[in-house]
Design a protein around this ligand. Structure first.
Ligand SMILES: Nc1ncnc2c1ncn2[C@@H]1O[C@H](COP(=O)(O)OP(=O)(O)OP(=O)(O)O)[C@@H](O)[C@H]1O
Ligand SMILES: [Mg+2]
Length: 291
């Protein structure tokens, strides 16, 4: 897996123009590497979702991007300045090159449309050259891939469990094989076993397809297991960004240490450090085998 960069974010700032104005994202600067899982942690209200929406240009008034830039380094070699894209270009960019699984996504599916058709919709919009049969085969394959199974193509969202709906959302985000997936609290509503199963799948899929992930959650222990690097956000700023190992063992920022300390699971007996690590040929070796 190459180690070059996929996304460069510089001095990115977002303000909610209300009275008084809320500086939700302040001077955020980071790079995301190709194939990397970057965890974004921080307590409720620190600006995680605002940053994700800002990068995808999904913010609506009163939110305003007041400064900064986000440049996407396309696999074809082009640098795409996201702020410079027209609305139309941005719509094409989303799903296709960078998809998003929204916070509360379990409930974001259309309740009156079978899930197979919802996947089909994405394909027919973005891949107009694809025939009907080809789209159908692809939708079936995607449902297999995320562990829902093709026999659910005709199911409606209310006929699926929460975990299955979440996986359908992930299948939709994967549909166009994007280079980046931004996942905002994708599994928080699920029980721990289902959550881990889905995370293992994301990790496997990342290996298979080589996409990068920005994974947002307030659950720092979870991030320690799945992330290559972790950014800790507080009051709109990234206060610390380091490898998961360094965050766990040598957090430099007082706030990070407090975040780590607030999870009892990190101070009790743990089966070692269980994050997946790359070995030389790029495969994921999972120490402890829990993800
Ligand atoms: N539409 C809005 N108008 C005004 N302020 C807003 C609006 N949306 C969000 N905010 C404020 O922006 C800040 C960041 O919110 P954001 O939703 O990005 O936080 P978050 O880190 O994703 O939190 P959570 O973990 O609870 O999802 C908060 O102070 C919030 O109150
Ligand atoms: Mg949020």
């Amino acid at each position: 897996m190459s180690t070059d960069n996929l996304l460069t974010v510089s001095d990115f700032s977002v303000v909610y123009d209300v009275d008084p104005p809320v500086e939700a994202v302040r001077d955020v600067t980071f790079t995301l590497r190709r194939g990397e899982i970057l965890g974004l942690a921080g307590e409720s209200g620190c600006g995680k979702t605002t940053l994700a929406y800002g990068l995808q240009r999904l913010l609506r008034p009163p939110a305003v991007i007041t400064a900064g830039s986000a440049v996407f380094h396309d696999e074809g070699g082009a640098d795409i300045d996201l702020n410079a894209l027209t609305e139309r270009e941005m719509r094409q960019f989303r799903w296709d090159k960078a998809s998003m699984v929204f916070q509360g996504a379990m409930n974001a599916l259309n309740p009156v449309m079978a899930v197979g058709r919802q996947i089909d919709d994405i394909l027919s919009t973005h891949r107009p050259g694809m025939g009907r049969g080809e789209r159908r085969a692809q939708a079936a394959e995607l449902l297999d891939l995320v562990g829902v199974g093709r026999d659910r193509l005709r199911s409606y969202p209310h006929e699926l469990s929460g975990g299955m709906r979440q996986r359908v959302m992930i299948a939709m985000a994967l549909a166009l094989t994007p280079q980046l997936m931004i996942m905002d609290e994708p599994t928080t509503a699920l029980d721990v076993l289902v959550q881990r199963e889905i995370l293992r799948q994301i990790s496997d899929l990342r290996e298979q397809f080589g996409f990068s992930v920005i994974f947002i959650t307030h659950d720092l222990p979870l991030l320690l297991e799945i992330s290559d690097r972790i950014a800790v956000m507080r009051e709109g700023r990234i206060v610390e960004l380091d490898t998961a190992e360094n965050i766990y063992h040598h957090a430099r920022h007082e706030y990070t240490r407090r975040l780590l300390g607030s999870f009892p699971s990190l101070t009790g007996e743990r089966g070692g450090f269980v994050r997946g690590a790359h070995d030389d040929d790029g495969a994921v070796a999972v120490a402890g085998g829990t993800i």
